[in-house]
Design a protein around this ligand. Structure first.
Ligand code: PLP
Length: 377
C-alpha cells in the first residue's frame, strides 16, 4: 500500500487559468452583477440542455422556490419528494405554507421509489419533485405517467444531475421545470449559483421577474445604454439573481463540463473495479439506459461510522448524503413523519459514505482510497 501523508479532500473544484482569466476579464470590465456574461451563460446553458429557457439564480434553492411559485403552489397544497435529499427540496415547499409529503427511496440507487408515490397522492397534491441522487436519473417515465394521470406538475431537483441523461435525453428539458445547482462542490461550480430550465414561456417569464424583486422587465439592464430608469414592481419577488462574476466561472466550466464528466466517470469505474470483489461493500446500481453525472460516489458498508472516522484520521475526506428529511428535528416535529415509513432511506442513511470524486484527483489517490477501504471495512 502506498503511504500517503497528504490529505485527500472530499472535494476540490477544478479551476484553471481559463476560469481565472474570465473572472479577471469581468472584474476589469467594471460590471460585476447580472449583465452580459450572465445572459450569455443562460444562452449557452439552454443550448447545452436543450431546454428553450434557462433562468439563472444565486442557488438551486432559489430556483426550486421560484419554480414552485411559477406553477402557482398555494398554502395547504401537498408536494411529494424523496426523504433522501438535501433539506432545500423540502424547505422551499414550506415557504408557501404547503406540505412536504415524503416518499421512501430505492435501495439500489437512493432515488424516489416510484412504486410508493401513488398511495401518497391526494386531492391536495400539486407537484412531484424527483431528486436525481448523485446524478443518477430517476424513473421519469413512471413519474410523468403519474403526473399526467393526476394532473400534477413535475419539478426536477437536478442539483446533482449535470450532465446526466435519461434514456438518451439530457436532464433539463424532460419536465415542467428543472433546477440545477452550481454550489462549490457541484459538477459545475460557480461558488454559489443555480439554473432553472423549462420549455414553458410563462414559467420562464415568472421566474425571471421574481428573481429580481418582481420587477416588470429586464431590470438588470436599467444602467446600460439601452436601459431606462423607470421600472414597475408587478409581483412580490425576491433578490435571487446571479452575478457576472459567477457567470464567468459558469461559462468556462460549462465548456469543460463533458471533459470533467469523462474524468469523473473514469474515477468511478476505478472505484467500481476496486470494490467489486469485496462482499462487504455495496455500490449504487443503475440501468445502462441512464447516464450519471457522477457528482457523488457512494458506498454502503455495515461499519460506516468507524470506517468514516478511520478515513478521516488517515487524511481521506468523506461526506454523507443524506440525513433524511424526516430525521431533522424541525421537520419531524412540524410534520409528524413516521420513521417506519422510510425503511430504505433509513438503511441508506445508516450505511452510506460519499467518497472523493473530482476531476483533478489522481488515480494514485483513488487507488490509495480503494486499498485503505478494502483493508478497513
Ligand atoms: C439534492 C439537492 N437539492 C438542492 C440543493 C441546493 O442547492 P444550492 O446550494 O445551490 O441551493 C442541494 C445542494 O447541495 C442538493 O444536494
Amino acid at each position: 500500500m502506498t503511504v500517503k501523508t497528504k490529505m485527500i479532500p472530499f472535494h476540490k473544484a477544478s479551476i484553471g487559468d481559463e476560469e481565472i482569466n474570465e473572472v479577471v476579464d469581468t472584474l476589469k470590465s467594471g460590471w460585476l452583477t447580472m449583465g452580459p456574461k450572465t445572459i450569455e451563460f443562460e444562452k449557452q446553458f439552454s443550448e447545452f440542455t436543450g431546454a428553450q429557457y434557462a433562468v439563472s439564480m444565486n442557488s438551486a434553492t432559489a430556483c426550486l422556490h421560484l419554480a414552485l411559485k411559477a406553477i402557482g403552489l398555494k398554502e395547504g397544497d401537498e408536494v411529494i419528494l424523496p426523504t433522501t435529499t438535501f433539506v432545500s427540496t423540502a424547505e422551499v415547499v414550506t415557504y408557501f405554507n404547503a406540505i412536504p409529503v415524503l416518499c421512501d427511496v430505492n435501495d439500489h440507487d437512493h432515488n424516489i421509489d416510484v412504486t410508493k408515490i401513488e398511495p401518497l397522492i391526494t386531492n391536495k397534491t400539486k407537484v412531484i419533485i424527483p431528486v436525481h441522487f448523485s446524478g443518477i436519473p430517476c424513473d421519469m417515465d413512471v413519474i410523468h405517467a403519474l403526473a399526467k394521470k393526476y394532473n400534477l406538475k413535475v419539478i426536477e431537483d437536478a442539483a446533482h444531475a449535470l450532465p446526466s441523461e435519461y434514456k438518451g435525453r439530457k436532464v433539463g428539458a424532460l419536465s415542467d421545470i428543472t433546477c440545477f445547482s452550481f454550489y462549490a462542490t457541484k459538477t459545475l461550480a460557480t461558488g454559489e449559483g443555480g439554473m432553472a430550465t423549462t420549455n414553458n414561456q410563462e414559467y420562464a417569464a415568472s421566474m425571471k421577474k421574481n428573481r429580481l424583486h418582481g420587477i416588470s422587465k429586464d431590470a438588470w439592464n436599467r444602467y446600460s445604454e439601452k436601459g431606462h430608469w423607470y421600472y414597475e414592481v408587478v409581483d412580490n419577488g425576491y433578490k435571487y439573481n446571479m452575478t457576472d462574476v459567477a457567470a464567468s466561472l459558469g461559462l468556462v466550466q460549462l465548456k469543460r463540463l463533458n471533459e470533467m464528466n469523462v474524468r469523473r466517470e473514469k474515477i468511478a469505474q476505478r472505484y467500481n473495479e476496486g470494490f467489486k470483489n469485496n462482499s462487504k461493500i455495496r455500490c449504487l446500481e443503475f440501468d445502462a439506459t441512464l447516464k450519471s453525472s457522477w457528482h457523488l460516489y457512494v458506498i454502503k458498508v455495515s461499519n460506516r461510522d468507524s470506517l468514516m472516522a478511520k478515513l478521516k484520521e488517515n487524511g481521506i475526506g468523506t461526506s454523507l448524503h443524506f440525513i433524511p428529511v424526516h430525521h431533522h428535528p424541525y421537520y419531524k416535529s412540524t410534520y409528524n413523519y413516521n420513521e417506519n415509513n422510510y425503511p430504505a432511506a433509513n438503511k441508506a442513511y445508516a450505511e452510506s459514505i460519499s467518497l472523493p470524486i473530482f476531476p483533478d484527483m489522481t488515480f494514485e489517490e483513488v487507488d490509495h482510497i480503494i486499498d485503505f477501504i478494502n483493508q478497513n471495512v
